[in-house]
Design a protein around this ligand. Structure first.
Ligand SMILES: [Zn+2]
Length: 184
């Protein structure tokens, strides 16, 4: 953080002095930051830009991420990244994880929390896998009633409310952490 750091909504300049540029907007009175980043006041063009520290938040191949399942498709899941190697990130970059070869029908549900390893960047998409012991679902709920579930094995869960048994690829850290608190 420096003196130029801004948070979303921060007032940067009066619209009489400056025009809104990248990652900024004007509210009719002030130019404000639309994202977290570093402000840059261009005195020649009279424009304000905010540079988003996005590059710092993109995981590299080999990084382990923890994220929230944003979408479940027939052969993959999309995950919004919350942590990279244990460090929180606010940029909400998404990665995808193929599930076609997993022999489990309900690999994950939307809003489950998963741990994945990044394996490739292809055509602007970040690809991840969950085929290691510590990777997989960290937090999930019952698909039937939304109740709390417990692990029955490494790939099965049981609801403590309605007793529904379901499949998941569970991480070895399933049920051993407090990520639930971070989300509520
Ligand atoms: Zn249930």
């Amino acid at each position: 953080m420096s003196d130029n750091s801004v948070f979303p909504g921060d007032k940067i300049a009066s619209i009489e002095e400056y025009e809104a540029g990248h990652n900024t907007f004007d509210d009719g009175d002030m130019v404000r930051a639309a994202t977290m980043g570093e402000k840059d006041m261009d005195k020649e063009t009279r424009r304000v830009n905010v540079s988003h520290p996005k590059l710092l938040s993109i995981p590299k191949v080999g990084d382990v991420i923890i994220g929230t399942v944003a979408a479940v498709m027939s052969s993959m899941i999309a995950v919004s990244i919350d942590y990279i190697n244990g460090k929180p990130t606010t940029s909400k970059v998404e990665c995808i994880c193929g599930t076609r070869n997993m022999r489990i029908r309900n690999v994950a549900l939307v809003n489950d929390i998963v741990s994945l390893k990044i394996v490739a960047h292809l055509n602007g998409t970040i690809h991840a896998v969950m085929d290691e012991r510590e990777l997989g679902i960290i937090f999930t709920k019952c698909r039937k009633c939304g109740g709390k579930v417990v692990a029955k094995s490494t790939d099965a869960i049981k609801c403590t409310d309605c007793s529904w048994i379901d499949e998941r690829k569970l991480s070895s850290s399933f049920g051993k952490n407090d990520f639930i608190h971070l989300r509520e």
